[in-house]
Design a binder for this molecule. Structure first.
Ligand SMILES: Cc1cc2nc3c(=O)[nH]c(=O)nc-3n(C[C@H](O)[C@H](O)[C@H](O)COP(=O)(O)OP(=O)(O)OC[C@H]3O[C@@H](n4cnc5c(N)ncnc54)[C@H](O)[C@@H]3O)c2cc1C
Length: 404
């Protein structure tokens, strides 16, 4: 595990990382292409990860979880799983992502009711529903103040009544619990944003057909979610006015930070494929890798991966030190989490493109898997505001902190 430098020191965390890498090498790498098409193959691979404790890794020991708190460890685990398949890694991440608001608000009603199922050995799924048919970036853009959210939540007696529609969320229809981004009144701006938990079997909740996508074809299920007078207890709102806005920003910041290792796992796998291929394929009397032109291309791929990894790990270490660096929802860390995602995704795109150039037609065919990593990683660049809003958050939204 040398590639994670000194960012991870706990013996237990290192042991878990080693176990996961071995599992990915043995159980996922040989079936990574089948997993692209066959949900049963994906389910089996995910089931194995659950048995190794990955589903409960971030939850408190009080609920039977492993209580892993280190952000660098969580990010490294994400990279290791993504090296096999980033849809698999996404499935693992959306559970704590969906439950984070309740944990951040210390909402014991929601935590006590829904966290224990994730600490069992049955494979589960969570969902954080942000995006709507009219757009995703505008809801994720703090400059819009929550004004563009169209999914509404009205309090009637002791229940929230939710109406509206979401589009694209990961885990839609397969998740057991949905954390839904709503507004109690758009005019209230940030104070109106509400994060409300909805269990899958709630009357009035229904789903569209799974979307047919370029990558993460079956490993992530994306569909429309419809809310037709969906009623849940008032305690299912994560925090309350203003608190939910902060928790939502926290979700965005964590989501962007975790997207960096998720993308880089793809790049690392592609680099490994390229190293192998260019050492056996030859032209002009020596292997492709021995030619200085191609060697320089591969070196740039490795340098990009190493620097993007070192950067996301250093931001993750800042996430762990709230006293010094503040909250992930604040501008200082939001800017850095956004930079980590933007840079890692750009590096991954460059690595996949270069791999194809280095491998010629063999890079383009399914047999060598580079095209799968390119397809899977592209969406990581596009979600959570894409490279454009990510860049704006580095330079505009968070500008005063660049010189800190
Ligand atoms: C596999 C997959 C998984 C996903 N998972 C989830 C999930 O778990 N939860 C969820 O809620 N959604 C999820 N999504 C949806 C995804 O996050 C959104 O599609 C994405 O954020 C972009 O939103 P959009 O498609 O509506 O594009 P738009 O918001 O319409 O953006 C279109 C273009 O305009 C730019 N743009 C728009 N507004 C702004 C702005 N304010 N500032 C700067 N640029 C802007 C964008 O960068 C982009 O270039 C997922 C999608 C896929 C395909």
């Amino acid at each position: 595990m040398k590639r994670y430098g000194d960012f991870i020191t706990s013996e237990e965390d290192l042991l878990l990382l080693t176990t996961i890498r071995k599992y990915i090498d043995k159980e996922v790498m040989p079936v990574r292409m089948q997993m692209d098409e066959d949900y049963a193959v994906f389910e089996k691979a995910y089931g194995g990860l659950v048995k190794l404790g990955i589903q409960k890794r971030g939850f408190s020991q009080r609920y039977g979880g492993l209580g892993i708190r280190s952000a660098p460890t969580v990010c490294a685990l994400t990279e290791e799983i993504s090296r096999g398949d980033s849809g698999l890694s996404l499935h693992v991440l959306i559970i704590p992502w969906a439950m984070a608001a309740a944990m951040g608000a210390r909402n014991t009603t929601v935590m006590d009711k829904f966290i224990p199922m994730f600490c069992e050995d049955t494979p589960r799924c969570g969902c954080l529903a942000i995006t709507e048919p009219a757009g995703g970036c505008n809801i994720e853009d703090a400059a819009e103040h929550g004004l563009t959210i169209r999914t509404t939540a009205k309090l009637e007696g002791d229940e929230w009544v939710i109406n509206g529609e979401k589009m694209w969320p990961s885990g839609a229809s397969v998740a057991d619990i949905y954390c839904v981004v709503c507004t109690t009144d758009p005019k209230l701006k940030e104070e109106g944003l509400a994060l409300i938990y909805v269990p899958r079997d709630t009357p009035g909740l229904s789903f569209g057909k799974p979307e047919d996508k370029m990558g993460m074809k079956v490993t992530d299920v994306n569909a429309a979610i419809y809310f037709d007078n969906v009623r849940v207890p008032r305690e299912y709102r994560a925090g309350g006015p203003g608190i939910d806005w902060q928790l939502f920003r926290n979700n965005i910041s964590w989501g962007r930070l975790s997207s960096a290792p998720m993308a880089l796992g793809n790049a690392q796998a592609v680099l490994e494929i390229v190293m192998e291929y260019t050492s056996t394929r030859s032209y002009g009397g020596k292997s492709v890798r021995k030619h200085s032109l191609q060697a320089a291309m591969i070196a740039d791929m490795a340098i990009g991966i190493e620097s993007a990894r070192a950067y996301y790990l250093s931001v993750a270490a800042m996430f762990n030190n709230r006293k010094k660096f503040g909250n992930p929802a604040d501008d200082f860390l939001m800017a850095r989490a956004s930079a980590a995602k933007v840079y890692a995704c750009d590096v991954t795109e460059m690595v996949c493109n270069r791999a194809m150039e280095l491998m010629g037609s063999y890079g383009y065919v399914r047999e060598y898997h580079v095209e799968k990593y390119l397809r899977d990683s592209k969406i990581i660049q596009l979600w959570l505001g894409g490279g454009q809003l990510g860049r704006l958050d580095v330079v505009q939204g968070c500008y005063p902190y660049v010189t800190a």
